[in-house]
Design a protein. Structure first.
Length: 62
């Protein structure tokens, strides 16, 4: 009985320590149409010279 508990403990520990971590792939390509559209929206909202940062999904004003 003692050997069974030890074997199960060792297998459980090995399984927990060898867990995989899944991360979605990082895409570096940006949709230029989305960036252009967001840039136009940023200029309309913030005003010329007041846009801090623009990306394909959002923008920030100064």
């Amino acid at each position: 009985m003692h050997r069974t508990i030890t074997a199960v403990t060792v297998l459980a520990t090995a399984a927990l320590l060898s867990a995989c971590v899944f991360a979605p792939p990082v895409t570096t390509t940006t949709d230029t149409a989305s960036v252009t559209r967001m840039s136009e929206q940023a200029l309309a909202t913030c005003g010329p010279g007041n846009v801090k940062e623009v990306n394909a999904k959002s923008f920030t004003c100064k």
